[in-house]
Write a new protein. Structure first.
Length: 456
């Protein structure tokens, strides 16, 4: 068997099927030992301890991210199989006070009542956590009726979750994050998924705006707007912009003792005139000046009814997206650059979306995409910033997987913009088409298998 370990971890006991279902739905293992003090217990390496303190030590130090876990029922039966994707946690004063110890998981099997025929034991031991023995992963998956082609989908979901968790941690530490990369790499979708992860999916705690050349301070912070009165007359009143309203909502939540995170997404941030939109918020947006210490007087402060200044609350996080090839990137304000953490989202790192969306037809799409991107890099005037992202290949479903239609309707117009005005424009397009058609012998291995961090 591989180096992957398989644990039996009891969730509320073998009879608590209701809690098993909640654990499956929440993707969290709820583990007891509520009477055991939480402290760092020494771990002896024992994999089937009987003493409760030693079982807690095993949870703290023995069970690892990437391990598999079986949630047991009675008589060598189980409710589901899952993979651990988060570190050990101890949660006080939660909804389930009797189950303070937690692991974040991804269910691998469906929820059910599975007989474990391949397990190399004839009964459960009387412990909450212990190591199980299987001769192979195939036998384990067979016990849970998992088909082999489903495993690839599971791996893609795991990779996506791990990436989102990594981005979430970057955002928590930096407050401001910019996802940059080639067109079609799913940056906006990724930003929304990170926001959901940070807010536990509460849409009221997520804001969204897309910048464009006409967007300005009055849209974003505050400004005078025409307002119709009841008598049909119109007057100008000071109205808060979308970001100021969002920050006020976060401030109100914090004042009432809430610890909720609020995430504001700015799509295509580089398409707006940054200095004009943010104004004096250059100061407040700095991660080291969040909260009241970063208070500023806004441009319309003389029209306010009070002297209260504006600031960005500490529980507000900002995610932005930008395309590397957009000409406006060159004019991106340097004062803003140093206030953000920049992370590159590569086409290669997002290929998992094709597996999820296209199923068994994903492999050909990935081969064509990789081949085309290698050819793009070989064009003298282009580089990896001009890669084609996998989002473009999601359109295959709309054209009944006709690759000629995908080329003519979606890819060719973009590539024509890439090479317009270059030397041998027509010949370059022909070369790219051959790469897309898998006619040429370009190398199709991925050039980059991960996301490259670059702090600016």
């Amino acid at each position: 068997m591989s180096n992957i370990r398989v644990w039996k971890i009891s969730v509320g006991g073998t009879n608590n099927i209701k809690l098993h279902k909640k654990s499956f739905k929440d993707k969290v293992l709820y583990i007891g030992f509520e009477n055991i003090e939480e402290k760092n217990y020494p771990y002896s390496g024992e994999e089937k301890p009987r003493k409760q303190e030693n079982q807690v030590a095993l949870l703290q130090h023995g069970v690892s991210i990437g391990d598999l876990v079986v949630v047991p029922r009675k008589n060598l039966r189980a409710s589901f199989l899952a993979k651990i994707i988060g570190p050990y946690q101890y949660v006080e004063n939660s909804e389930f006070e009797g189950f303070p110890r937690r692991f974040e998981i991804i269910p691998i099997s469906k929820f059910g009542d599975f007989q474990l025929n391949s397990l190399e034991t004839n009964k459960w031991d009387f412990t909450t956590v212990s190591l199980l023995t299987y001769s192979s992963l195939d036998e384990l998956y067979m016990d849970f009726n998992i088909e082999k082609d489903k495993i690839a989908d599971i791996k893609n979901e795991e990779n996506t979750s791990e990436n989102i968790n990594e981005y979430k941690n970057i955002l928590l530490s930096s407050k401001n994050l910019i996802l940059r990369g080639a067109p079609g790499t799913g940056k906006t979708y990724l930003a929304k998924e990170i926001a959901k992860e940070l807010t536990d999916g509460n849409e009221d705690q997520i804001g969204f705006v897309q910048f464009h050349p006409s967007y300005d301070y009055t849209d974003f912070v505050e400004g005078l707007r025409p307002v119709s009165n009841g008598d049909g007359t119109i007057e100008f009143k000071l109205v808060d912009g979308i970001f100021k309203k969002f920050c006020q909502k976060a401030r109100d939540a914090k004042k009432t003792g809430g610890q909720d995170n609020f995430v504001f997404i700015i799509d295509e941030i580089n398409r707006g005139e940054i200095s004009k939109i943010f104004g004096e918020l250059f100061f407040s947006i700095d991660p080291s000046y969040r909260g009241e210490k970063g208070s500023v007087s806004t441009q319309y402060a003389n029209l306010h009814e009070t002297d209260e200044k504006f600031y960005i609350p500490e529980n507000v996080y900002i995610i932005c997206t930008m395309n590397d090839i957009d000409r406006s990137v060159d004019t991106f304000d340097f004062a803003m650059r140093r206030r953000f953490r920049f992370v590159e989202v590569t086409a290669e790192s997002q290929l998992g979306m094709l597996d999820t969306a296209l199923g068994d037809k994903a492999e050909e799409a990935k081969k064509r995409l990789r081949n085309l991107n290698v050819a793009i890099e070989n064009v003298q005037e282009l580089n990896s910033h001009y890669h084609i992202g996998p989002s473009y290949f999601l359109n295959l479903k709309d054209v009944d997987f006709d690759y000629e239609s995908l080329w003519s309707d979606y890819l060719k117009p973009l590539l024509e913009d890439y090479v317009r005005g270059t030397y041998e424009e027509f010949e370059t397009l022909e070369t790219l088409k051959k790469a897309f058609d898998l006619i040429n012998k370009e190398r199709t291995e991925p050039q980059d298998t991960g996301d490259n961090d670059a702090d600016n």
